[in-house]
Ligand binder design. Sequence first.
Ligand code: G3H
Length: 526
Amino acid sequence: MSVEDIFDNNNFPGEVKIEFPKKHHNYLINGELKQWNGDFLDIFSPICTKNSKGEFERTLLGTIPRMKEEVSLEALAAAVNAYDFGRGEWPLMKPKERIACIENFVKLMKQKRDSIVKFLMWEIAKSLPESQNEFDRTITYINDTISAYKELIHDNSKVQFYDGVYAKVGRDSLGVVLCLAPYNFPLNETFCMIIPALIMGNTVVYKPAEQGVLFVSELLDAFTESFPKGVINVLFGNGNEVATPIVKTGKINVLALIGNSKSANALLQNVPNRNRLKLVLGLEAKNSAIVLPDADLDKAVAECVLGSLGFNGQRCTAIKMIFVHQSIVERFNQKFIKELEILKYGLPWEEGVKLTPLPQINKPKYLQDLIDDAKNNNAEIINKDGGKRIKSFVYPAVLFPVNDSMRIFHEEQFGPLVPIIPFSDIEEPIKAINKSNYGQQVSLFSENHEYLKQIIPIMTKLVSRVNINSKAQRGPDNYPFTGRKDSAISTLSVKDALETFSINTVIAIKSKDNNKEIIDNIFTDE
Ligand code: G3H
């Protein structure tokens, strides 16, 4: 099959068929599923099907409510009331009762695996195994969060004693969390924020991304059934129409947003009491791979292909620049192209498929602009069909030699473009990473352990994770996931997220004889 024929194979197997267009009109406020009667937004699939004229076009998958300020504020009021300055049923609930609600939710969510996986394939063109992985990884994350929370409760039950003062040191909720999720991991990244926020006793207003949203309709009943009213409220629509009015009130305590800094900054301009708002932000990254002269080239190439083109490069953790020592760059490029040519392109449910169409409507044009700019500055596309565009599909383009005069050197492409930058001195990539606005991760490729030992401490000052001979990635989810500079604020991981969505508390009492009884009573767990 040639690139041109990518959409021809649309005899969709039965197991991937969904009924569309799906008019989704339910939303959840204050424990009640309501029906939307206002305007709707169309949701298109990146998978193109033939229209009545026989032309391929993005498939209309369904519609979601285009909510406005009035409803947003209603959802906010529900979350504020449910929290009730920390006196609500949810924040005061015993940990084991909150855990039971979340366990019930997981039980119900598991029943929706097949339909959610289908939505992920249709809506964001994530391949079948990757969609299944996103679902399963999310369930594991939730279960691990429950275990980590139990440990936290256990650790916090100890009474401490310093300088004549007994204390119980713990963590408590922050208040109302506004959670805005991204399109690329719409399920996983949503629950990596919502579940720790909820388990710590916060209440939540959640607005899914505009793409990667229809699966949420499958979970509304589970939310309604599992949590007391107002604890989780779900809205749909444009970020600026739904989230901005909420932020303007100054009534949210945490803004949890995974996406881009443009939306984050636009929202933050509306915050009236900036010091009272905790930020949990996962933003852009421009992770580099640095391939040193003594790298195992086969290993480096395999990891760089996976790292730069996994889910078409639409991972915040993707490798977005590859610095290769000039002594090996010719060989690296040849091997890279060979490995890339093996990657199968097609529709998400086709067996073994790795490269799929892109969900964001403007993305192909943006990628072409980056390519044109690089070419105008003397880079070339060095692989066959590189950059070829068929509607929503863009075949990966390997750009070489890239330098800092090009936009691709500075901007996060978030798509299948692979810029390769030759270097002669390690100072060159170090300076580039230092100068970059971003500081999430780096991947170092070398078999010279002594040399790696020298570079690692330099890198840990520039980024928050250094990967040795492997691609950049978020997981395993037990490890802290954060970034320096404009890449992130706060840390997410199974354990860190519990801290991120809570604050230290200390209950202290001086050790006087007549305090013995009160100490025994207050510090005894039920
Ligand atoms: O886009 C960010 C995702 O959380 C990436 O996760 O590195 O495990 O694929 P991953």
